[in-house]
Design a protein around this ligand. Structure first.
Ligand code: F3S
Length: 424
């Protein structure tokens, strides 16, 4: 990699040993991917993926301390992924005990470190930092140093920002130095599509299922999707952005997609059209049958596949304000049809603290509460990824949660029936 004189000086230790190590790490990272140079991070804010004070992350706390002591803190304020715990989420005594005393016993300590390093505000914990209520929404063309896969794919695809799928800590290092290695999705060439995905379904495809199918097929490649505008329209309005949030998270977790283009809809596809498609791109056709095939192939890893669900999680990635309102209507209607007054499975809807604050100001909040649905700001994955919760039969319409945990996937409509009426 070619470094400027100033960058070389930092690497040689002119600004201290700590910053030299940070630079060395990013140079080695860039070298692995053939980066030619470092480029400035240009977004106003950063976003960190590591938000949880796991007891096992001792080396991370040491590293953070070294940065703080050396004054090598972030050049940008940042938001961070959701917190792992919330007292509103139902837990039993053992889960509570294990969470507080073992797993996440360093949560308060770690949040203190994040504040010293540059956390935007006390409650800036969410994976949907790009929502208006949170305020970390990058502009088109800006260079980011993020790692949260659902946020990276959204920022690249829907907002037209530029970010690689970095790892935790590397995201912070980019912000400490104010620069990142230039390769992959930062380059024009790296943003070209090597897959054409043709949507030929007879109805609007379920976002989480379509994302899963495409992610598993193209893996880390960039797909150019045609025919989806028939179902989504050509405007990036609130409903479409919500769809793309869920769709993108599924592509990024069921595969490793960091960017997708949708013909006539996403910014680069609108501007550049099919010139974004590489020569010799492969083709994947999505039909109703293909989506059904993908869904039927998900393994059920509950100990007892016929168990009654004990918990339902919705909101991975975090729900938008409109999603919370729409689901309030849907749950009320479902309960009425089923002749019930409260949900029959403990159900948690998760959203950003800022979104929940706005939701509380609406009449929907009291209505949702009346149905028995709990709202929370946690990350369901962090809640579930441990032996005490992993054994629980949990249902979700999040394909990311299905991929990383023992949770079982159902479509939104199926979830609605399960939580309002019961039965599997
Ligand atoms: Fe967000 Fe946690 Fe899901 S970070 S995307 S709620 S796994």
């Amino acid at each position: 990699m070619q470094l400027t004189e100033k960058q070389q000086e930092i690497l040689n230790g002119a600004q201290g040993e700590t910053l030299a190590k940070v630079m060395k790490t990013l140079v080695m990272y860039g070298d692995c991917f053939g980066a030619e140079k470092m480029v400035p991070v240009t977004s106003k804010y950063n976003h960190l993926v590591t938000s949880f004070g796991l007891k096992a992350l001792g080396p991370v706390y040491d590293l953070m301390n070294q940065l703080i002591e050396a004054g090598a803190v972030s050049t940008q304020k940042f938001s961070a992924d959701p917190r792992p715990l919330d007292k509103n989420v139902p837990t039993n005594f053992i889960q509570d005990f294990v969470f507080k005393n073992f797993m996440y016993s360093k949560q308060d300590f770690y949040e203190g470190q994040l504040q010293k390093l540059g956390l935007m505000e006390k409650d800036a914990f969410t994976c949907t930092c790009y929502m208006d209520e949170v305020g970390n929404k990058p502009q088109k063309g800006e260079i980011l140093s993020w790692a949260e896969s659902s946020a990276v794919v959204y920022a690249n695809s829907v907002l037209g920002a530029r970010c690689n799928r970095n790892s935790g800590i590397v995201d912070l290092f980019g912000s400490v130095l104010g620069m990142v290695p230039y390769f992959g999705l930062l380059t024009d060439e790296g943003r070209k599509a090597s897959w054409i995905v043709k949507i030929e379904t007879t109805k609007k495809p379920e976002a989480q299922l379509l994302g899963s199918a495409i992610g598993m097929k193209v893996m880390e490649d960039v797909p150019y999707i045609v025919g989806l505008d028939k179902w989504l329209g050509t405007e990036l309005d609130d409903a479409t952005c919500t769809y793309l949030k869920d769709f993108g998270a599924a592509t990024a977790s069921n595969g490793a997609v960091g960017l997708y283009h949708i013909a006539n809809l996403t910014p680069e596809a609108v501007e550049q059209g099919e010139s974004l498609i590489q020569d010799g791109a492969q083709v994947y056709v999505i039909t109703d049958e293909e989506l059904e095939r993908v869904k039927n192939n998900y393994p059920v890893i509950w100990k007892n596949p016929d168990a009654q669900p004990k918990l339902c999680f919705m909101g991975c990635p975090h729900m938008s304000l409109q999603q919370l309102k729409d689901w309030t209507d849907r749950v009320e209607k479902g309960l009425k049809e089923a002749g019930n007054t409260k949900v029959v499975i403990p159900t948690v809807f998760t959203a950003a603290p800022g979104v929940l604050k706005e939701f509380e100001k609406t009449e929907y909040a009291a209505r949702l509460k009346k149905t028995g649905v709990i709202v929370s700001y946690i990350c369901p994955l962090m809640f579930m990824n441990n032996p005490v919760c992993g054994k629980m039969p949990v249902i979700t319409s999040s394909n990311k949660l299905r991929t990383y945990t023992t949770a079982r996937y159902y479509t939104d409509d199926e979830i609605l029936v399960q939580i309002t009426k019961g039965g599997k």
